[in-house]
Design a protein. Structure first.
Length: 316
């Protein structure tokens, strides 16, 4: 008899289970067989949050623990709403179901190499090219109607006040150096005035980072060949989705920053002190914000205070 999937209440308890495929892979294979799918050479994906395994066909099985059911709902609704509306490929849902109260999706597998594998070795002109495409993709996603995604997660006008309230405690816990904490109250005061709460919301993934897109090399160079992982989608102010590439990819390099923003639809003249101040506030309020571990600008902690950091991240 195939083993059952156990119940977990939080990620810390789930983590060691996920890290030991012998405990859950037989269940994954059984789920695949239940849909008539072969899984003789399963490919286990060690990164990410959920249980993810590649099947023999160009398909992926993604199993969500019950306490992350919200991610399942987000992924399912996002893939349905975005299907056929983007130039960049995204997975398509082939099957969905539930096992021992763990929801799952069987989705198509996209072609390309994970961005996190390729990005560090790209020449500078190719990094600029990819960042322009990412900016274009963000803008394209944000032009898609919300549909059922309007019901996903907190409304933007609820999310931002909650993030402001917990911002200082979060960054103190994560070890943000004292010189940056000193300017935090000023940023939070400005955030309430700078961040629109009642503008028409758009679709936000919150995570346009190398782990969540695929790249392929073509005649003219590398390009984005797929977008994956829609488990944390929400809706709100569009600039929020510029933060992932700004933290992990642009590294404060002016031409990279310009490429990202031009792809998004902003001219270099749009990168005003007011916009940079708003982006800095949004960065600190991002639900997974952790500057100490995320910013890819070497030595940034010795180069700036919190106010000057916005000019390091988004130079004109």
């Amino acid at each position: 008899m195939t083993a059952s999937l156990p119940a977990f209440t939080d990620y810390e308890l789930f983590r060691p289970f996920r890290a030991d495929p012998s405990q859950w892979l037989p269940v994954a294979i059984d789920i695949a067989h239940g849909h008539g799918l072969a899984c003789t050479e399963p490919q286990i994906f060690s990164t990410g949050t959920n249980l993810v395994v590649g099947l023999d066909e160009p398909l992926i099985l993604k199993i969500f623990p019950p306490f992350l059911r919200g991610q399942f709902a987000s992924e399912r609704a996002s893939l349905a709403q975005l299907r056929g509306r983007l130039a960049v490929p995204i997975p398509e849902i082939v099957f969905e179901g539930e096992r021992d109260q763990w929801p799952y999706l069987v989705i198509t597998r996209l072609y390309g190499r994970l961005g996190s594998e390729v990005w560090p070795r790209l020449p500078e002109d190719q990094k600029e090219r990819v960042l322009f495409q990412i900016g274009e993709t963000i803008a394209e996603v944000q032009r898609v109607p919300l549909g059922d995604l309007s019901q996903i997660g907190l409304r933007w006008d609820q999310f931002i006040p909650r993030q402001i309230e917990g911002c200082r405690a979060r960054h103190e816990r994560l070890g943000l150096p004292r010189q940056f904490l000193a300017g935090l109250d000023d940023i939070l005061r400005d955030a309430a005035a700078l961040i629109p709460l009642d503008a028409p919301p758009v679709i936000l993934t919150g995570e346009y980072i190398p782990e969540n897109f695929l790249l392929r090399r073509e005649t003219e160079g590398w390009r984005v060949s797929g977008l994956i992982d829609f488990g944390d989608v929400m809706t709100g102010w569009g600039e929020y989705d510029l933060l992932g590439p700004s933290a992990f990819m642009t590294a404060g390099v002016p031409r990279r920053v310009r490429s990202l923003f031009e792809g998004f639809g902003y001219a270099s003249t749009d990168l005003t002190p007011t916009l940079k101040r708003r982006l800095m506030a949004l960065f600190l309020l991002h639900r997974v914000s952790d500057p100490v571990r995320q910013l890819c600008i070497e030595g940034w902690q010795q180069k700036a205070d919190l106010f000057e950091l916005q000019d390091l991240l988004w130079p004109i």
